[in-house]
Design a protein around this ligand. Structure first.
Ligand code: NDP
Length: 287
């Protein structure tokens, strides 16, 4: 009982940004969303469109991106376009930012959200898979940030990094994925310090997500995770809101993520035991 209560208290702390959110804050803003062909990224594109933002969307599958762009235009986006390609290559990551520069001549918000495919299983020693996933889930985030920084400095804009509870608390069967998400926290938290030291007025928001009901996540872990997933539509809105309010960190859903993160620091062995026993019972179902 105490843990959820503590979680809720802290959730209020994490949610309350330095002002009130209004959808007007996004009107006319120039926003890049990666991983926007499905899942949370797609939902973020729709919210931003409804709020009247300019959106530049990216992922690999052109046909899906075209549909998302069409719907964004129907919903009232100031403009909507896409660039398709794979974030396994940092050259493509830079190309997306270049496209924003050519089209808009500036950028207000960079939402880094895509992930490459990973397995939910024992780590099989495949070092190449870890390298590839680091390139897609981490290095491309760094490359896009570096390319976008001059425009973001100019607009005093925002970087929003979509991470996971797996980037705060490790669990079995996710070693490569978890590594990429921990890397994001280290890199962007260090960068945040440097921005403050150098008076760079660009915010960095790290989004720590629990289980969300995207098609891919449900397909991969629904047989292992007992609780119901949180809705992707609300999750997408919370990410945009936390970025617009320049919050340091978002916990969503807060009632689960915040207590878990607290337990990691105060009772790590207890938390690890909980994580393993949950998965052990799930593995019986699996077999
Ligand atoms: P999805 O799998 O639904 O979407 C992933 C997106 O990334 C798709 O648009 C996909 O499009 C794109 N993508 C995949 N591979 C590449 C690639 N090589 N290059 C460029 N784009 C690629 O993910 P979710 O919406 O579930 O997750 C979004 C974010 O939320 C991720 O950062 C994830 O880690 C985080 N998160 C999600 C949770 C959940 O339960 N859903 C839990 C915790 C965190 P395409 O295939 O067309 O390229």
């Amino acid at each position: 009982v105490l843990i959820p209560l503590l979680g809720l208290g802290l959730a209020v702390y994490f949610y309350s940004g330095p002002g009130n959110f209004s959808e007007e804050m996004l009107r006319g803003k120039r926003v890049i969303v990666t991983g926007a062909s499905s899942g949370i990224g797609e939902q973020m594109a729709y919210h931003l469109a409804r709020m009247g933002a300019h959106v530049l969307l990216t992922a690999r599958t052109e046909a899906k991106l075209q549909k998302v762009v069409d719907k964004c235009l129907d919903l009232g986006a100031a403009s909507a376009r896409y660039v398709s390609g794979s974030m396994e290559s940092t050259a493509f990551a830079e190309e997306v930012v270049k496209e924003a520069e050519i089209t808009w001549g500036g950028l207000d918000m960079l939402i880094l959200n895509h992930i490459g495919h990973s397995f939910f299983d024992f780590f099989n020693g495949d070092v190449d898979h870890v390298r590839k996933l680091m390139e897609t889930n981490f290095l491309s985030y760094v490359a896009m940030t570096v390319s976008a920084l001059p425009m973001l400095k100019e607009s005093e804009g925002s970087i929003v990094v979509v991470s996971s509870i797996s980037g705060k608390v490790a669990s079995p069967f996710t070693a490569p994925y978890s590594a990429t998400k921990f890397a994001l926290e280290g890199f962007f938290s260090s960068l945040r310090h440097e921005f403050i030291i150098e008076n760079v007025n660009v915010s960095i928001t790290l989004c720590i997500l629990g289980y969300i009901n995207t098609e891919n996540a449900v397909r991969t872990v629904s047989h292992v995770i007992k609780g119901a997933p949180a809705p992707k539509e609300e999750c997408a809105l919370e990410i945009i809101r936390s970025g617009a309010l320049r919050q340091r960190e978002l916990h969503y859903p807060a009632s689960i993520v915040t207590p878990t993160v607290l337990l990691r620091d105060f009772a790590p062995d207890f938390l690890d035991g909980l994580v393993r026993s949950n998965l052990r019972s799930a593995k019986k179902l699996w077999i």
